[in-house]
Design a protein around this ligand. Structure first.
Ligand SMILES: NC(=O)c1ccc[n+]([C@@H]2O[C@H](COP(=O)([O-])OP(=O)(O)OC[C@H]3O[C@@H](n4cnc5c(N)ncnc54)[C@H](OP(=O)(O)O)[C@@H]3O)[C@@H](O)[C@H]2O)c1
Length: 269
């Protein structure tokens, strides 16, 4: 619309639910073998996308891909690799394009957490957490976003955390990395906005996945977390699916550089 012509009066006739459909799209989800990544990959496949799952454990990523293919009828390709290694990332990007086609949606979900006080943590702990949570999203996007820009449509979704904006003692590398993810997301958004490629973050509160076994197995720590959540409960895996689908689809076409918190109200306080 040309601003000089006044306000837009026609209502677009496309049904809003159709804007959430991902038919014909291809999505690559890092850390797609379990937890939130498997949930996101399943949701995108249910919405019509073919998916590529990436993780280091080849058996686990293969079995998740088989499960998604059989439950959704979509293509689901498993690629084993380490997203912190530039050579693996390049191989994964090339293999995904060759075997499935150009990737339209990148979900940078792979993550690790090494807990400990600042003085307890070792240098390799800090480096490892920064590499998976912060460097890998940049490596993956560097490999895949140029193609999205050429095709004038793309979605990058980076997994932040409530720890992107709040701090908890004993989480120095993880909180630093996840805070970095938000600003990395904004830079991506600015660099690719004019090419039709959006970049947004999803910031979950606590969900029961392997990453959180140390909390789930410790009643005192579990209760302490619970006390911080206004909804009074942890998230259920399916509660992340809608956020991911929104940001992956045409429904979010004017949303870029944003962070969507899925945390039962934790960061509203
Ligand atoms: N669960 C939560 O409550 C929560 C809250 C806030 C944010 N998050 C974020 O959400 C994302 C998913 O977390 P999650 O709880 O689902 O974790 P998870 O169950 O521990 O799964 C992590 C996934 O990442 C993969 N991965 C780890 N390092 C990798 C590497 N170097 N290269 C490739 N894949 C790698 C793992 O597979 P392999 O080990 O086989 O490589 C696995 O598929 C993470 O970014 C996490 O920080 C989670």
């Amino acid at each position: 619309m040309d601003g000089s012509k006044g306000i837009e009066r026609s209502v677009n006739s496309m049904n809003v639910l159709d804007r959430f459909k991902l038919d014909g799209r291809r999505a690559l989800i890092t850390g797609g073998s379990k937890g939130l990544g498997e949930t996101i990959a399943t949701a995108l496949a249910q919405a019509g996308a073919d998916v590529v799952l990436v993780a280091r454990n080849a058996d686990q990523v293969e079995s998740a891909a088989k499960k998604i293919a059989s439950s959704t009828g979509r293509k689901a390709l498993a690629l084993a690799g380490d997203v912190t290694l530039a050579a693996d990332v390049e191989r994964i990007a090339a293999s995904a394009a060759e075997r499935l086609g150009p990737i339209d949606i990148l979900v940078n979900n792979a993550g690790i957490n090494i807990r400990g006080s600042i003085t307890e943590l070792k240098e390799e702990d800090f480096d490892a957490v920064l590499a998976v949570n912060l460097k890998a999203p940049w490596l993956m996007a560097r490999a895949l976003a140029p193609g999205m820009c050429e095709r004038r449509w793309g979605r990058v979704i980076n997994l932040g955390s409530i720890l992107s904006v709040i701090a908890i003692a004993g989480r120095a590398p993880y909180a630093s990395a996840k805070a970095g993810v938000l600003n990395l997301t904004k830079v991506m958004a600015l660099e690719w906005a004019a090419q039709g490629v959006t970049a947004n973050a999803i910031c979950p509160g606590p969900f029961a996945t392997e990453m959180n076994l140390p909390l789930l197995n410790d009643p005192a720590k579990y209760q302490a977390f619970l006390a911080k959540i206004p909804m009074g409960r942890w998230g259920e895996l399916h509660e992340l699916a809608g956020a991911a689908l929104f940001l992956a689809s045409d429904a979010s076409s004017f949303v870029t550089g944003s962070a969507l918190f899925v945390d039962g109200g934790w960061t509203a306080q």
